[in-house]
Ligand binder design. Structure first.
Ligand code: BTN
Length: 264
């Protein structure tokens, strides 16, 4: 029985809200990485909606080989599995959709929620509040011999952290942004995130990214900013329907599929 997570309370919340994700919940006081554990479980036939939750990670991973730092018990560290059959190109915008689910939760916790200003998405996987990173998303896949793809959606969301290591770029937490303590209980945040993710995934799997493009444009942290990504340099100009970042350059609009954004 975990002392840091009230499973019964979580189950009540899940049932009240009709959330099916989290029906299989794997809890870890300490783990290497919830994403790694979820990826391993793809081969064990773990069903869609299975969730791995940790109080702390020894080797939490971010995008592009970065380490994800989080002091024990101060963050939501979660991975959720989707079993997917279909073209992998259709998954391109998925991390933005997961980001929108995180953003929905973040926005609901801010003292003065305001549509775009309160919480933004920094392409392709960060959630920002007042110019600081509050959460990151790491989507990874593992293909099965059956042709099915195990898609693992990992999220790190800073809940109660008050001090971040100096080497981290500007970061914040829901507590630092003025969220009420009762509203950032782990069980509550988890159930709200899973509910938002389940609803958005259903839309995404049916219709792709198109239904989300307008809201993504409204909450785009990079829009109008001067940036460099790989060899492309210009101004953030939104996203296309496949989730590619659009950069306005001297040569016209250039779509970018992946890379690390440098603000200049
Ligand atoms: C990023 O900002 O680069 C993505 C960070 C994703 C971190 C989460 S924490 C839970 C899950 N397990 C991991 O090892 N990484 C993701």
């Amino acid at each position: 029985m975990a002392t840091w997570f009230e499973g019964d309370f979580f189950d009540v919340l899940r049932k009240e809200r009709g959330t099916s994700f989290g029906g299989q919940l794997h809890l870890f006081e300490e783990i290497g990485s919830t994403n790694d554990e979820a990826l391993r479980a793809v081969a064990t036939r773990a069903p869609s909606g299975s969730v791995w939750l940790a109080r702390s990670q020894k080797s939490g991973r971010g995008r592009r080989g970065n380490t994800w730092h989080a002091a024990p018990g101060e963050s939501l560290l979660v991975s959720c599995l989707l079993r997917y059959r279909g073209p992998t190109e259709r998954l391109l915008g998925l991390s933005l959709v997961v980001g929108l689910a995180v953003r929905e939760v973040v926005l609901s916790k801010l003292p003065v929620p305001s549509s775009g200003e309160g919480a933004k998405i920094k392409w392709p996987n960060d959630v920002f509040v007042r110019g600081k990173k509050v959460a990151g998303v790491l989507v990874e896949t593992r293909s099965e011999p059956s042709g099915e793809i195990g898609v693992v959606m990992g999220v790190g969301l800073n809940l109660t952290t008050e001090r971040f290591p100096p080497e981290l770029p500007a970061a914040t937490s829901l507590r630092l942004e003025g969220a009420e303590e009762a509203a950032i209980r782990l069980e509550i945040v988890l159930v709200e995130f899973l509910g938002a993710l389940e609803r958005k995934l259903a839309i995404f799997l049916e219709n792709g990214l198109a239904p989300f493009v307008q809201v993504l444009r409204d909450v785009d942290h990079l829009r109008g900013r001067c940036l460099r990504v790989g060899k492309v340099e210009g101004v953030g100009a939104g996203f296309d329907d496949e989730g590619r970042l659009l950069v306005r350059t001297a040569m016209g609009i250039v779509p970018v599929v992946s890379g690390t954004i440098e603000l200049i």
